[in-house]
Design a protein around this ligand. Structure first.
Ligand code: SF4
Length: 356
């Protein structure tokens, strides 16, 4: 178990962030928010994949008008992402969103900030301050450059505005597209403030480069015990962000409530098409939000032994494989039935766990 950095706890509807709560997974829809049915469909797909909190962009009045129905139909808490316009923030709060992502220093006149903060306080809605290395204030940039300290100073500027209004229901993010800059900024912020941190590497990129940057950046921060909630940013379908987020959390053993598929790299002992079996099993059951470990191993020499802790697994032989549960061999299964057999086994275990 990792020693986690201690932070205040905030509640986003029924999901807690910080203060020892499990690291939650977030994503953001990429539909037009005013297209309520498309947005709700994507929110549901994200929730089913294991997303805990979803964010929607609210760039204009039409988008704000869709929020009430989205909040009503979303199975998970909804965050409104707003830049500058305090009227949109007020409309989002009226619509019942569970969190705001807005930078108070960018809202404008003091009375506007006060109106948003008062309504958020009245509704118990947290505010995430989101610093992005690409949009630091000009004076900070001139004095400090694009540095971790500049990002943290920019965050404090927004935090102080909220603190002056006695508002402490705050989450902070400090995203950069540079992994070293991101890691150092989070380290610095964690040493300075009690607020829970939303971790991410922004504009991480397409599936392949984004996966590596996110895994390295977010993984390094979490491995230092920093970070209370995270979002993986990938260009494309946001559901793949959830898959990757789960894998990052699982590999650090921070959350183990998802299907985990382990497979061997294969070697000269392997006599079945293991990659095909592993890919097919991943595609069929990899999305299930149940804590089941599945081992797909190439041979019986090391297979069951290497995967002792797996709930279920296979160890390849010649045109067939041994099926095992918790390291004990159950029976031999022909190669062409392996995928169906593993899927059926996992579904059975999942049903048994759900019945408990
Ligand atoms: Fe090779 Fe067997 Fe190990 Fe897979 S499980 S890498 S096939 S020895």
């Amino acid at each position: 178990m990792w020693l986690r950095h201690q932070t205040r706890q905030v509640s986003v509807k029924d999901v807690q962030i910080g203060g020892g709560a499990p690291v939650s997974i977030q994503s953001m829809t990429n539909t037009k928010t005013e297209d309520v049915s498309a947005t709700v469909a994507q929110v549901q797909a994200l929730a089913q994949a294991g997303c805990d909190i979803v964010r929607v962009a609210v760039p204009h009045e039409q988008a704000a008008q869709g929020l009430r129905d989205i909040v009503r139909d979303s199975p998970i808490p909804v965050v409104a992402d707003i830049h500058f316009d305090y009227r949109l923030a007020l409309a989002a709060l009226e619509a019942g969103v569970h969190k705001l992502r807005i930078n108070p220093g960018n809202i404008g006149a003091r009375d506007r900030v006060e109106a948003v903060v008062a309504k958020a306080a009245e509704r118990g809605v947290p505010i995430r301050i989101g610093v992005n290395s690409g949009s630091l204030p000009k004076d900070i940039l001139e004095q400090m450059g694009r540095t971790p300290a500049a990002m943290v100073e920019s965050a404090w500027r927004h935090i102080r505005i909220l603190e002056e209004l006695d508002f402490h229901n705050i989450v902070v993010s400090l995203k950069a597209s540079s992994v070293p800059l991101t890691i150092q900024a989070y380290r610095l912020m964690a040493a300075q403030g009690p607020y829970p941190l939303h971790v991410g590497v922004t504009e991480a990129g397409t599936a392949e480069s984004g996966t590596v940057k996110s895994a390295v950046g977010i993984g390094a921060i979490l491995a230092e015990g920093i970070g209370d909630t995270l979002r993986v940013s990938l260009t494309g379908d946001p559901v793949q962000e959830i898959t990757l987020a789960r894998q990052i959390l699982q590999s650090l053993e921070l959350r183990r409530n998802f299907v985990e598929i382990i497979s061997c790299p294969t070697c000269g002992r392997c006599q079945i098409d293991l990659a095909q079996v592993a890919d097919a099993v991943q595609a069929r059951i990899g999305h299930l939000a149940v804590p089941i470990k599945v081992a797909v191993m190439g041979c019986a020499v090391n297979g069951p032994g290497e995967a002792q802790e797996a709930d279920v697994g296979i160890a390849g032989g010649k045109g067939a494989a041994l099926l095992f549960r918790r390291g004990s061999v159950v029976r031999k299964v022909p190669e062409k039935e392996l995928v169906e057999t593993l899927v059926a086994e996992v579904e059975q275990i999942a049903a048994a766990k759900a019945g408990n």
